[in-house]
Structure formats: C-alpha cells, structure tokens
Design a protein around this ligand. Sequence first.
Ligand SMILES: Nc1ncnc2c1ncn2[C@@H]1O[C@H](COP(=O)(O)OP(=O)(O)OP(=O)(O)O)[C@@H](O)[C@H]1O
Ligand SMILES: [Mg+2]
Length: 381
Amino acid sequence: MNKSLKPRNYFPLGKAQGYAFCNREMETEWLIGNIEACKHSLLIAPRRFGKSSLAEKALTASNLPTINVNFNTCSDENDVELLIRQGISQLIGRTFGSVDKLINSIKTYVTHLTPKISIGPEFAHLELFSNQQNNSAIHVEESLSLMEKLLAEKNAHAVIVFDEFQMVGLIAKGSGVEAAIRNVAQDMKHLAIIFSGSNRSLLQLMFEDEGRPLYKICRKLRLKRIEPSHYQKHLNHAAQLAWKKNLDETVFEQIMLLSERHPFYVNYLCDVIWTECAAIPTKSDVIRAWNTVIDEEASDANAEIATLSMGQKKLLKYIANYSGDQLMSANTIKILGMALSSIAGALTGLIEKDLIEKENETYQIINPVIHCLLKESVAVT
Ligand SMILES: Nc1ncnc2c1ncn2[C@@H]1O[C@H](COP(=O)(O)OP(=O)(O)OP(=O)(O)O)[C@@H](O)[C@H]1O
Ligand SMILES: [Mg+2]
C-alpha cells in the first residue's frame, strides 16, 4: 500500500491534493480550458470552499510555470505593487530558469522599473526595483506587461494567481491599479490570470460593475458545495481503507446533514470520525464527532457572531431557526420586531460579512458551526 494512503490523509484541513481531492471534475476541466486558451478566470466562493485546491489541481494538470500572489495582508496600493513585482520576478525565474541571458530583453521592455540580477548561493535571480515612489499603477502595469512580452518572445505560457483579490478593490480602489491590470490583461495571449477571493460582494462590485476597470475581463465560476453523490464515493473509499466496508446510508446522510456539505467541515468531521472509530461508525458516532467539532470551533464562531450588530444577530438567528425565505415579508417584520429598512440593512451586512449566501432564492448560513450554535437558542430575542 502507498505509504501516504492513510485514511486520515483523506481529510486535510488545508488544501485537498491527490486522492483527498473529491470530484470537481467539471470545474477542473473548465479552469484547465481557460488556462490553455489564456483566458482569465475568476473563482468566487465563500471561505474554505475549495478555491485554492481547485486552482492547484488545474495548475498541476496544465503543467505551466505558476506563481501565487495573496493580497490578504496588503494595506495599501504600494503593498499590492510590491507583491506583484516580486511575484513577476519569481515567475520569470520559474519560467525561464537562467535569468542572466534575459537581462537585455528585460531592459528593453521596462522604463519605470530597474531590473537587477542577484547572485544567490545556487542560482542567479531577478529583482525588479521601482524607480519612483507613489507610482504603483505604472509599476504594476509594467511588471505584468514585461512578463507577457518575455513569454511572447519565447512563445511560452505561464499563470499568475491573484488570491484574496477583493483586498485590491478594497484598499487600492481609485489608485489606478485595477485599470493598470486591465490595460495589460485585456491583450494577454501568454500569461493567464486566475483571480480568486472569498468576499463575493466585493468581487462582484469589482468585476460586474460597468464602471469598474475589470468589468467583463474574465470568465467566472461560482464554486458550489460538492454533490452528495460525489462525496458518497469519496467517503466510501476512505471507509474501505479504514474498515473494509462502505458507510451505512444513514451514517453517510448524517455526515452530509451536520456538515451541510461545507468542504472544510466535511473534512473536519470526517477526520474526527476516522480518528476515533475503530469500527465502522454508527449515526451516534457521527453525532459525537460533530459535538467535538462544535466544541473546538465554538470560540471562533462565537467571536465572529460577536462582531455583528444587534439587527444582524437577530436576523441571523431568525434564518437559523425559522427560514431564509421571505425575509422582507410582513410576517418576518412582525416576528423580528424590526422595520423593513433595518432588515434590509442587516441582510446587506450579513452578505458583506460573508455569513449568508443565497441559494435557490433562500438565504442560508454558510458556516454550519455558526448555524448549529444559533439553532440552540430557539427564541428570537
Ligand atoms: N475537491 C475537494 N475535495 C475534498 N475536500 C476539499 C476539496 N476542495 C477543498 N476541500 C477542503 O476544503 C477546505 C478548504 O479548501 P481550500 O483551502 O482549497 O479552500 P479556499 O476556498 O481556498 O479557502 P480560503 O478561503 O481559506 O482560501 C480544506 O479542508 C480542503 O481540504
Ligand atoms: Mg485559498
């Protein structure tokens, strides 16, 4: 047996790779197709739904040089520029290997950046320095354009992943950085960009508002929960490995019910079950394991709930205990004792904080632990 093929490795809390990656075949094909055609892509999904795992799977299959730039810690447009500049320097190294032979080409392609070759212990690498401060947009445009031109010269291809890209919209809006990305991205034939992020309302504003530079620049994918039938096959593989049996149908359904098919919590719950059960699990084993998950995650979930306004808490409790439907109806207004405008404001706040999502015309709480904690408090007070 493959040494790494241990049942618990089926359920990582970090990126799902190899046999831990369940299905998402259509999404993977879609992304590989975009990469191969050099079409830019936007992956939108709530936190911990599998964006990075999917991007990595498609990138591994495409076998192209790639770099991941994560904007999570950026605080202004200068940070954004620095990360892009550093990302492009590294990507040039990954794509072309020895950078010293490229220096003449690089010099002809840049005017606002200064390329320098640093000799490291093992190999030489490129650094791009910016000539003037406060010119982030120009430096971003020149960095991306440099990569595209070098790739075109060698008829090569590469991919850059812009992760947590909503941060760019949040902190660098109006700085010209988004417009700079558009200027180069719209004509790229060799460098594909994968934009990814978890704050859907911010990303929607950046990519779906006609007034914003990145409007209609890429193909979009809203990553959904994984289908039960795909999970069933996946979990039964792991069950065969651990107990040489398939899961009982009711046990499988209980796992789907409690985790609400949130990919991170499916893995969390299954990791507890597969660790604690010496024999094929029963429904009560699943419930016990879910209580362990709740115990471990409650403080994080409560901290998130504590950041909400009173109106947002009330509405979230209502969704957890009653329904995510007809939130603006006279009946809901009566039960909540809130004005229509207050409900509308709370709803927008919950969407922006990525706590609820709309599926089939009904609002749903994204995190099953938060859902579970709020369900305990039956009264809407
Ligand atoms: N295709 C998949 N099959 C099984 N588990 C998956 C799959 N995709 C993601 N997961 C699991 O879901 C969780 C989140 O995955 P990942 O880090 O890829 O998501 P993300 O959307 O990039 O998260 P973040 O918002 O934190 O960046 C992890 O536990 C991962 O193992
Ligand atoms: Mg991620």
